[in-house]
Write a protein that binds this ligand. Structure first.
Ligand SMILES: CC(C)(COP(=O)(O)OP(=O)(O)OC[C@H]1O[C@@H](n2cnc3c(N)ncnc32)[C@H](O)[C@@H]1OP(=O)(O)O)[C@@H](O)C(=O)NCCC(=O)NCCS
Length: 443
């Protein structure tokens, strides 16, 4: 998805609504070092982070150079150069069932200063981002959320969950297959060149994962601030297959109190093959002088319990919503993914914000490929034609899109209506995903 991030002006509605409150909504030029640094300062403050060190600031400036960055400014405050609200966004790929990627619009850094909260600033920013997503030709907008109560009102819904996984070292006895390759320690800098290609293949295997940006890989490898204690604690291991080709890597550190066995905490895992995934997991859970291994943002459907003699060695906690999706263009979004059963289904989508509403016909062939058509108002209703059909809101469409929740669950919750008998069962079969959707990073 190539797109000129600075190529169109700040959204006129947000501009007008914020101007009416005496505020100035601006597109920030990330090449303007002073303005960009002030924006990063506000972003860090908004998330209650410590003020960035110069090296962190330099890293952040590199990251936002590839983003569309907006700030909201109040000329009446002591330091009017620091925005009172921030948001950044960029076009990027989202993996969908079937191994393809769909063009999506990632939204990040949504902050409003506590001095300016609850006067509609976030609302203006979020509505503008939906227009930006549309202008960029994205099929969906997406984000990760600090709190689950903020984004539903703009049409976003949780589409992929994540969990914390803890593996009790004392109970680990590996019974899974041996991987034919080998795992070895490597220097973080030495894997940086191979990392994007491995990460790209790992992302493509998992619906819900999004394209990694260069700054993210620098950060997880600890290269953005190599001398910090946190970076120096990180260790990197690589899995090479039997032909010596790198197929995955993991980054971890061991947190420990003096004289106590530590916990191996893994920070990042990218596996392009099942062998790589198994071998890296095995390395991580079989360490000595640790009481266990912990991974954050892991899949709710990890194969790990099936690789150990004692599946209770593995516990899942903090299972939460993680990736939130907002459908912008239903035809493109629904066409992009593959489906698990053939069939024909009409979908009536209600979108109170007026972006993705309408009636759509989804026809899936035996191979799981879809043809999607937007129907005219004058077309007879599906139920009248005897066709299976459902009615749902744009949030529910986002929730079922990757197969993270069955339509029948939302029907039981009164959030999807079946308009013809058998439609929910058909939707369940079609939308089911072979692999539970999963996003393993924050953005
Ligand atoms: C979340 C945040 C951006 C909201 O900004 P804001 O300008 O106060 O929000 P708005 O005034 O535009 O509120 C719009 C609506 O969202 C609701 N809302 C805003 N923040 C909310 C929150 N944290 N929890 C629940 N509802 C919230 C408001 O009540 C309002 O509801 P309405 O639609 O019924 O009128 C701000 O509180 C913030 O910066 N939080 C800390 C950083 C953060 O967590 N950012 C989110 C990153 S994912």
């Amino acid at each position: 998805m190539s797109f000129d991030l600075q190529g169109f002006p700040a959204d006129s509605e947000a501009l007008a609504s914020l101007a009416a409150r005496g505020l100035d909504y601006r597109l920030v030029d990330p090449r303007n070092a002073a303005a960009a640094a002030a924006w990063v300062e506000a972003d860090f403050r908004g998330f209650h982070h410590a003020r960035p060190k110069q090296i962190e600031l330099d890293h952040e400036l590199g990251v936002i150079a590839d983003r569309r960055v907006h700030g909201v400014y109040d000329s009446t405050i002591v330091d009017p150069a620091i925005p009172v609200a921030t948001v950044s966004s960029w076009p990027t790929g989202l993996s969908v069932p079937g191994g393809r990627s769909v063009d999506a619009w990632a939204v990040s850094s949504v902050t409003v200063s506590p001095t300016h909260r609850r006067r509609g600033i976030a609302r203006a920013l979020m509505l503008a981002e939906l227009q930006n997503a549309r202008a960029a030709g994205a099929a969906l907008a997406m984000l990760t959320a600090t709190e689950a109560t903020i984004y539903g009102r703009y049409g976003y819904a949780p589409a992929a969950r994540s969990a914390t996984v803890f593996v009790d070292r004392r109970r680990v006895h590996w019974v899974g297959p041996d991987a034919p390759g080998r795992v070895q320690f490597v220097d973080a800098a030495s894997i940086r060149e191979a990392a994007p290609a491995i990460a790209r293949r790992a992302v493509a295997r998992t619906p819900g994962e999004i394209d990694r940006w260069p700054g993210l890989l620098d950060r997880v490898l600890g290269l953005h601030d190599a001398d910090s204690g946190r970076s120096r604690a990180r260790r990197v291991v690589r899995y090479d297959d039997e032909r010596g080709q790198a197929q995955g890597f993991a980054v971890f550190h061991v947190s420990r109190e003096p004289n106590e066995p530590g916990v191996a905490e893994f920070d990042f895992l990218a596996a392009a093959t099942d062998d790589a995934e198994r071998a890296l997991w095995r390395f991580l859970v079989e360490q000595d002088f640790v009481s266990g291994t912990r991974g954050l943002l892991r899949s709710v459907d990890e194969p790990l319990p099936w690789l150990l003699e004692d599946p209770r060695a593995v516990s899942f906690s903090d299972v939460v919503d993680h990736l939130w999706l907002r459908v912008i263009d239903p035809v493109t979004a629904l066409t992009a993914r593959r489906y698990s059963a053939p069939g024909r289904l009409e979908i009536e989508v209600d979108d109170p914000i007026g972006i993705a509403g309408g009636r759509f016909e989804l026809v899936v062939d035996e191979a799981g490929r879809a043809e999607v058509t937007a129907l005219e108002h004058t077309d007879a209703a599906a139920s009248a034609k005897g066709v299976r059909s459902i009615r749902l809101g744009v949030r529910e469409l986002g929730a079922i899109y990757l197969g993270g929740v069955h339509p029948s669950v939302l029907a039981r919750a009164g959030r999807i209506t079946e308009l013809a008998p058998g439609s929910i069962a058909a939707a369940d079969a079609m939308f089911a995903a072979q692999r539970a959707p999963h996003l393993s990073i924050w953005f």
